[in-house]
Structures are given as C-alpha cells and as structure tokens.
Ligand binder design. Sequence first.
Ligand SMILES: Nc1ncnc2c1ncn2[C@@H]1O[C@H](COP(=O)(O)OP(=O)(O)OP(=O)(O)O)[C@@H](O)[C@H]1O
Ligand SMILES: [Mg+2]
Length: 366
Amino acid sequence: MILKSLTLKNFKSYASETFSFHDKFNLILGENAQGKTNLLEAIHFLLAFKPFKQLRTEEIINFGSSECRLKGEIESHTGFDEVHILLNENHKTLKLNSKVVYKTSKVHGRYNVVSFLPSDLELIKGSPQGRRRYIDALICTLDAMHLRDLKLYHRALTQRNAVLAKASSLTLDKIEVWDEKLAEIGSHVISRRLEFIDKIKPQLNKIYRLTSGIDQDIQIHYKSSIEAESDLEQAFKDALKLRFEKDKKRFHTTVGPHRDQISFSIAGKDASVYASQGEAKNLALSLKTSEIEMIKQFLGRTPILLLDDVTSELDGQRKKFLFKLLEDFPGQIFITTTDMKEILYKGEIRVFHIKDRKVLHKQIQT
Ligand SMILES: Nc1ncnc2c1ncn2[C@@H]1O[C@H](COP(=O)(O)OP(=O)(O)OP(=O)(O)O)[C@@H](O)[C@H]1O
Ligand SMILES: [Mg+2]
C-alpha cells in the first residue's frame, strides 16, 4: 500500500499544500513547531479516518477557517483509491472514489498504518487503560468481530451502570438480564485478548532482544478481574453476582474486561515502574514492530509506517538497528526529524524541508 499524494486545505498549520510522496522513504525535516507532526497526523487521518488521538474539530481546522479538506491518492491491494475528507463544525464527510461513505465502520481497516509517536512511551509507563485501548485497537485491525463485541459490551455496561445508579432498592433478579449479556460478550473480549497476547509474546521477545542486543526476558501479562479455571462466561456471571452489593453502592460495575490489567515486564520487573526512558522507548518500538509483523502475518499486508521524532533517547546501537530495520522494510515510511544527522538511512530519500511554514521538496541519495 502506497500513499502517492496528499493535498491539504486548512488542515492544522497547513493553509494549502500538495505533497507527492516517495514509494519508500519520506523524510519530514524542520525545526520545532513547523508542522512535521501535523503532516503525519494528516496522513493518519486520511488512512485511518481519525487523528492519532481524539481531537475537537476546531483543533483540526486551521485557525480562522471554517472547514478543512484532505485528499489522498492511495495504491492498495484493492487497486487505486482516491480518498476525500471534508470536515467542518457540523459534519465530517468521507468520500471513497467519489462515493460518500456514510458509516466509517464499513471502511475500517481498509488501509493499514502503524505509527511510532513520542507519546507511545505512555503504553509502557502510563495507565492500564491506555494499554487496554492499544491492544483492543490492534485486535480490531485483525478481527472485525472484536470491534463489534467491544461496542456491544460497552453498551451493555453503560446500561447496567445506569440501572445500578437508579434504584437503591434494586434486587439481583432485576439486573440478571444485563449480567447475562455482559458475561456472554465480555468473555469473548477477554478470550480474544488472551489469545492475542499469546501470539504477540514470542515476537515481542525476539524483537526486543534483537534491537537492544541484550538477552533479557520480555513478558506481557494479562491480569483479569475474573478468575476462571475453565468456563469464563460462568465465572464472569458468578463474579457479577458476588460483587452485586458492592457495585450497587458504587453505582458501577467493578468486574469485567474494562477493569482488566495489561502490563509489561523486563527481566521480571514491572516496566511501568522500573524501565528506564531508553528501555521503555525500545520496548514501545518493539511492540510497534511486532504490530507490523502481526499485520503481515494475519492480513498479508504491509502497513505504512509513520515515525515521529523516533530517534531521541535511543543510543547508537539501538538507532543503528532501527535504520537497518527501516532499510529492510518492504513498505512506505514517513519519518520526522529536526536534525538530518539523526537519519542513518542508506538509500533514496525524498525530503520535505519545512521552514517558515513553507515546504521545500528535494530528493537525495545517501
Ligand atoms: N488548528 C491549527 N491551526 C493552525 N495552526 C495550528 C493548529 N493546530 C496546531 N497548529 C500549530 O502547529 C504548530 C505545531 O506543529 P507540529 O506539532 O506539527 O510541529 P513540529 O514540527 O512537529 O514541532 P516539534 O519539532 O516541536 O515536534 C504549532 O505552532 C501550532 O500552533
Ligand atoms: Mg512534532
């Protein structure tokens, strides 16, 4: 899959700009606050139909404008696509090959993109919620049923919580219908997460050892709020029953996949507590590299890579390894930097040098 070109109108710091991209290596160079990350954000928006993280419409549209437009030409496994996104205060319109797409879920996963962002450190050091979201999003890319189940689960959870909040005289039999539903869907959610973690574990270990050059054991742990020997659905129902009085006092459901913990360890030590900045960054990079491997293995596709300021905090050995990995990578890459010297890539590079908000395009050979 290759993003051939991108046109931006009033997207963040870009008033009007057209980019024609290299099939392999695109470098976005510039000092701070020039719009490097904004360009990666635009590419992500076009390919994943959403920004990196949730943003308000006014944060996306160029200050002082009333709407923004993105247009991209994409060569993919399904042929040649033209994607248009129009965003204004009232609505977002997505067009695929001139036809309006009314439900984004219909085109979810059409293009695969993997991003490496400075905020990925949060995946290691931040809250369990961030890790759950990341793992769920990744499973959704590989299996559309997970997306459907997550939506159903959260709907049922909201309804159960609303019932809990309404009546202090509530009895167990009145809530059983929601318990059945939560247990049925929630057990699928947990099973898929466990299965996925089993699959990614060996990849993650192998990649971390390779990139760090250190023989350390990397683990990814899933600590469920439901303890089950065999029948997960039944164990979930029992746990809901057991916690009913507590849930009633707290007005929310205290057990289920929405409370489960995912964590990483390096050589047996919890990475959220003990990992150094460099170790955490290397672990986050290894996780994202494993993500690429999973997409290749299960979907038979090569995603587009977006790497934002990825080299800071990596030592010489890790940097060298990263660029070796990028040289061997069979797909398209977009990478930002403030300093050309950080880029150890050998090959043809298309450089987009942003200075005083103007973009200069040139091609070099390193
Ligand atoms: N909606 C918007 N309209 C206009 N400008 C915006 C908008 N949102 C952000 N910006 C501007 O974009 C600039 C930041 O761009 P970006 O984050 O892409 O910089 P960068 O080149 O990645 O910088 P750094 O090297 O510091 O990461 C800021 O100056 C900010 O004011
Ligand atoms: Mg930036």
